[in-house]
Design a protein around this ligand. Structure first.
Ligand code: DGY
Length: 319
């Protein structure tokens, strides 16, 4: 008998084909967003769950999952939606999909920097609403990205690819990470041993740290104050690493020039003030949303399931 996999969202065609070939998947062709109760119920028929970050596996949900469930093989690199401690206690294997989305997320981060600095939201709106009247030397003037200093919080896989892309814009890279990375991987980037020490060196600040209790609200009022006046903040990690009230205040006061945000607290019900600010470039959590990457994320989740069901250690085990 092939193992039964509860797949919570609609996945790319090629990934669902492989699932059909190797497993008995319970698919979600209408891409309905399941509640925790739905998942607990549907899991009665399954041996493992293949969810996205849109499904929350709190300690209570994990506790109530049927005994039969062996693993949660996430279709995401982030796993802050899973209480990994509770999973460990329950003996559940949890995996994620690192590496394969670093390029796509780094591309999106560059887009956030460029979009925020060059006023992409405003410009696009002007053209679409036929309010664009004229060209003038003072029209839609933004900030140049080329040659500026980029500070990166979280110099893991994504952060390092962002640094590489940013170097093509002649940016100077500064970073903070829990631990300094091997100088070979730094490629000339300057390490700062605290977020506070990094802040004054950031014309642009990109957040690429993992969401955890330690990084919750990491970009707060005090740290924003340490940024140079007129800095640009971008976030393609998780909304939880930003204190929204503090960021909005700094965007309104002009302390910050602009922000580019792909992720939000409580998305998609984001803080409504963001929608009212011209100096925010907003995207709907699409960092990994390329055809190539979404296929690769699915295959990576399946590689992990293959390992689990053939008694091997999965490559991307996080619990
Ligand atoms: C990830 O993989 O963590 C992306 O944010 C999508 O969930």
């Amino acid at each position: 008998m092939k193992p039964v996999i509860l797949v919570t969202r609609k996945l790319p065609e090629a990934v669902e084909e492989r699932l059909q070939r190797d497993y008995q998947p319970i698919l979600n062709p209408t891409d309905t967003l399941y509640s925790s109760e739905d998942i607990i119920k549907m899991a009665e028929e399954a041996d493992a769950i293949l969810p996205c970050h849109t499904e929350k596996f709190t300690a209570e949900v994990i506790e109530r999952l049927p005994e039969r469930i062996k693993a949660i093989a996430n279709f995401s690199v982030g796993y802050d939606h899973v209480d990994v401690e509770a999973a460990r206690k329950r003996g559940l294997i949890v995996t994620n999909t690192p590496d394969v989305l670093s390029d796509a997320t780094a591309e999106l981060t560059m887009m956030l920097m460029l979009g925020a600095a060059r006023r992409a939201s405003e410009g696009e709106k002007l053209v679409r609403t036929r309010e664009w009247r004229d060209w003038s030397p003072s029209f839609m003037v933004g900030l140049q990205v080329t040659g500026k200093r980029l500070g990166i919080v979280g110099f893991g896989r994504v952060g390092q690819v962002v640094a590489r892309r940013a170097r093509a814009f002649d940016m100077t890279i500064h970073y903070h990470n829990r631990n300094r990375v091997d100088p070979k991987l730094e490629q000339g980037a300057t390490y700062h041993d605290s977020v506070e020490a990094l802040m004054p060196h950031c014309d642009f600040l990109a957040l690429h740290c993992v969401a955890s209790p330690e990084t919750s609200g990491l970009l707060n009022r005090e740290r924003i104050e340490l940024l140079p006046d007129g800095a640009v903040v971008v976030n393609a990690s998780r909304g939880a690493v930003i204190d929204d009230e503090a960021l909005i205040e700094a965007l309104k006061s002009g302390k910050l020039y602009a922000a580019g945000l792909d992720v939000f607290n409580n998305e998609p019900e984001i803080n409504p003030t963001y929608r009212e600010l011209d100096n925010v470039f907003l995207m709907p959590h699409i960092g990994s949303a390329t055809r190539e990457t979404r296929d690769a994320m699915g295959f990576r989740a399946l590689d992990n399931l293959d390992a689990i069901f053939s008694g091997r250690e999965p490559g991307d085990r996080v619990a």
